[in-house]
Design a protein around this ligand. Structure first.
Ligand code: NAD
Ligand code: UPG
Length: 480
């Protein structure tokens, strides 16, 4: 029986391994982590991540051919194929701080593999890493090899949170990069056979190591660039009276461009886009490609601009101050169908409003109060370290209350900001909400989920990203 071990039981390690276990009953899969609470949660009824469909798969496979364990060394030493899916945060100190990937966790995993291995191993990069990381990993492993042979493969993950299971069941492609030697090709074939249990052969792409590593950073940069492009257009729509939904629809009808990933928003969030682009920028700079680095940097600058623009719209519309005013925040997760708040645009928007002394009442369907408070008091980039290494006593932000109901959040509020596109926000009783708010009642839709005309009929002053402006907002500056 082939044995797989995955180091890192996070948003990637958990779902990918659960799907491998489900689709390959003949393979034994162990997911290991240094975080005991995380492993305990994977072994309980309350899994550590919210992801549609994951509970059923884990229930079906756990204890049969899927195991979650803190016995990292035991499972690593027994495995034939080791996936490494640990954090690769942005460095906060030293060379490349604020841009380069911090490979501390990767390196420590590689050193541990070298220490405990007693048989040949295929080591698979699942984490997103800088191009050429495999070379460094190879050096760490082979310098300590004790005669053991290692093959390093790059197999980046393309799942998106909220649709992880769908994405894993039916991926656009599976990418495997390996050495072009006979041993390298053998290892590539072994990993290909795992995926071939359910992924059609023409969707499994084989490349060299560096192409696979770089393709992951490139894909995320292209995706984020689309969002910054549509968000940049949304600002121009507001200035001209064009409607971003109509523009995106018209642009996306061109088959060369395509309709997906053109939703204007308050900005992209999530654990990957910003981090991976910063990583790409750093690699370009290291290679002397200043213009290329600046090109990609601009994607992040536009994203920051979009978040600032939103805060400024809120403050300037509400008589240039939100001091002491209750603002309801509907949605805190970085997108719907996840409880993940890493780099969510809600953090910057909330901090911006708190900077103007607003009183925030926050409601999200999946995010706990503790998580929100932690995000609002954490330093930039600190979120991407194993949870037990993060600051555990977030300072209470007294201007913030967290509630479990949209009606409670909006009761007595001067304004509402919709920051996540949860379906629930489309069908709320906005008449009831309006009746219980201060007047004039403002609604700022950062996700274009509400029916603007209907809300205006009720009496709301509505701002919706990239849509023709309410008469109220027309003369207000978008940026202070
Ligand atoms: N989240 C996504 O949607 C996504 C998608 C594709 C790729 N990625 C990449 O995958 C990697 C993991 O992302 P994630 O979202 O799963 O992160 P995560 O923080 O959810 O999970 C990482 C896990 O690794 C564990 N860990 C760290 N060092 C370890 C060690 N030495 N031994 C054992 N366990 C260790 C941590 O405790 C943590 O539970 C990152 O490189 C990320 O960029 C993420
Ligand atoms: O048209 C769009 C699409 C997305 N977003 C926002 O962009 C962010 C990222 O969304 P999405 O890409 O759907 O989720 P992630 O889980 O971050 O997935 C991205 O990052 C992963 C980690 O690298 C990759 O594996 C995925 O392929 C890639 O889509 C979220 O804040 C979304 O709200 C928009 O604002 N407009």
């Amino acid at each position: 029986m082939v044995k797989i071990c995955c180091i890192g039981a996070g948003y990637v390690g958990g779902p990918t391994m659960a799907v491998i276990a489900l689709k390959c009953p003949s393979i034994e899969v162990a997911v290991v982590d240094i975080s005991a609470p995380r492993i305990a949660a994977w072994n309980s009824d309350q899994l550590p991540i919210y992801e549609p469909g994951i509970d059923e798969i884990v229930k079906q496979c756990r204890g049969k051919n899927l195991f979650f364990s803190t016995a990292v060394e035991k499972h690593v030493s027994e495995a034939d194929i080791i996936f490494v899916s640990v954090n690769t945060p942005t460095k906060t100190q030293g060379l490349g701080a604020g841009k380069a990937a911090d490979l501390t966790y990767w390196e420590s995993a590689a050193r541990m593999i070298a220490d405990v291995s007693k048989s040949n191993k295929i080591v698979v990069e699942k984490s997103t890493v800088p191009v050429k990381t495999a070379e460094a990993i190879e050096k760490i492993l082979t310098h300590n090899s004790k005669g053991i042979k290692y093959q390093i493969l790059s197999n980046p993950e393309f799942l998106a949170e909220g649709t992880a299971i769908e994405d894993l069941f039916s991926p656009d492609r599976v990418l495997i990069g390996g050495r072009e030697t006979p041993d390298g090709q053998k290892a590539t074939q072994a990993l290909k056979e795992v995926y071939a249990h359910w992924v059609p052969e023409d969707r499994i792409i084989i490349t060299n190591l560096w192409s696979a590593e770089l393709s992951k950073l490139a894909a995320n940069a292209f995706l984020a660039q689309r969002i910054s492009s549509v968000n940049a257009m949304s600002a121009l729509c507001e200035a001209t009276g064009a409607n971003i939904s109509e523009v995106a629809h018209a642009v996306g009808k061109d088959t060369r461009i395509g309709p997906k990933f053109l939703n204007a928003s308050v900005g992209f969030g999530g654990s990957c886009f910003q981090k991976d682009i910063l990583n790409l920028v750093y690699i370009c700079e290291c290679n002397g490609l200043t213009e290329v680095a600046n090109y990609w940097k601009q994607v992040i600058k536009v994203n920051d601009y979009q978040k600032n623009r939103f805060v400024n719209r809120v403050v300037s519309s509400m008589f240039n101050t939100v001091s002491g005013k209750k603002i309801a925040i509907l949605g805190f997760a970085f997108k719907k169908d996840t409880g993940d708040t890493r780099e969510t645009p809600a953090i910057d928007v909330c901090k911006g409003l708190l900077g103007d002394k607003a009183q925030l009442s926050i409601y999200d369907l999946q995010v706990t109060e503790d998580q929100i408070r932690r995000e609002l008091s954490m330093k930039k980039f600190d979120w991407d370290h194993p949870i037990h290494l993060q600051l555990m006593s977030p300072a209470a932000v007294k201007e913030v209350s967290v509630v479990w109901d949209a009606y409670e959040a909006t009761n007595g509020a001067h304004g509402i900001c919709i920051l996540t596109e949860w379906d629930e926000f489309k069908t709320l009783d906005y008449k009831k909400i309006f009746d219980n708010m201060q007047k004039p009642a403002f609604l700022f839709d950062g996700r274009n989920v509400v029916d603007v005309e209907k809300l205006r009929e009720i009496g709301f002053i509505v701002y919706s990203i990239g849509k023709p402006l309410d008469a109220w907002l027309k003369d207000m500056p978008a940026m202070a």
